[in-house]
Design a protein around this ligand. Sequence first.
Ligand SMILES: Nc1ncnc2c1ncn2[C@@H]1O[C@H](COP(=O)(O)OP(=O)(O)OP(=O)(O)O)[C@@H](O)[C@H]1O
Ligand SMILES: [Mg+2]
Length: 292
Amino acid sequence: MLRTRNGRKPAAMNSRSLDPPPQQPESLSAETGTVAAAAPAPASTILDIDGLSLWYGEKRALTDVTLTVPKQQITAFIGPSGCGKSTLLRCINRLNDLLDVRIEGKVFFEGQDIYAPSIDVNALRKRIGMVFQKSNPFPKTIYENVAYGPRIHGVANKAQLDEIVERSLRRAALWDEVNDRLADIALGLSGGQQQRLCIARAIAVEPEVVLLDEPCSALDPVATARIEDLMQELKQDYTLVIVTHNMQQASRVSDNTAFMYLGELIEYGRTESLFLNPTKKQTEDYITGRFG
Ligand SMILES: Nc1ncnc2c1ncn2[C@@H]1O[C@H](COP(=O)(O)OP(=O)(O)OP(=O)(O)O)[C@@H](O)[C@H]1O
Ligand SMILES: [Mg+2]
């Protein structure tokens, strides 16, 4: 169980716009006198969600959510069931468009308003991919699952597709397990392999952001650990936004955590800060297991 540090002054990390991580001064090793660590570059913002509210018909599911997502980091949305995590995630690549929703507020991706009439939604979804809770490979071969996206975006050359398939499966840490069975139907893979295949499929079109909605909830601890390792690898190249019910997972893998409750963003900050020094009572109650 995660516990807060009682009695400590809360950290000033309740801002909804993340400040860049504190700059570490270059530290000199006492033994060698050499530079041990350079200051990390401040992260830039890739997604800027500004006053976002959403209604399903009459029912309000999000209330005035404002937060920024830093580039090439992992940002986790946590909170009890029904608090709007998936709804917020789906707003980021306009998957809610398919439903009867009303949206107020803005979502900016690299400074562009993604709900502007001029936005090409297919092009947006190529840049912001999605992996769902239940792995959903197409009933096609392993190869075709990964080649599908690049093909519909115009890659026709077989050698090029072969290369994309191999690269994506390698990045998704699946190549070694499937390279001799690419022509097999994907539904024969284990649950954890299917989820990594869905990640390979998402990254095959070279997105900039990958949204993952509870990607490990159907997996055992070993498969979960593989996906968590993979997320750490992927953040070298991509920005990841993950919804998880598992607070240990959020604290293990994410750089930033947003705690939501009843459609509102209650608290957002660097993950360590939020878990160790939550500034809101509701956050503390949730992460210490007192509700939800
Ligand atoms: N398609 C829909 N039509 C109507 N209401 C919806 C729809 N999808 C979600 N909701 C409602 O919106 C609210 C937020 O749902 P959402 O799925 O975003 O929650 P969540 O935090 O992801 O929950 P969980 O942890 O159970 O997945 C809930 O009250 C839910 O019933
Ligand atoms: Mg959900």
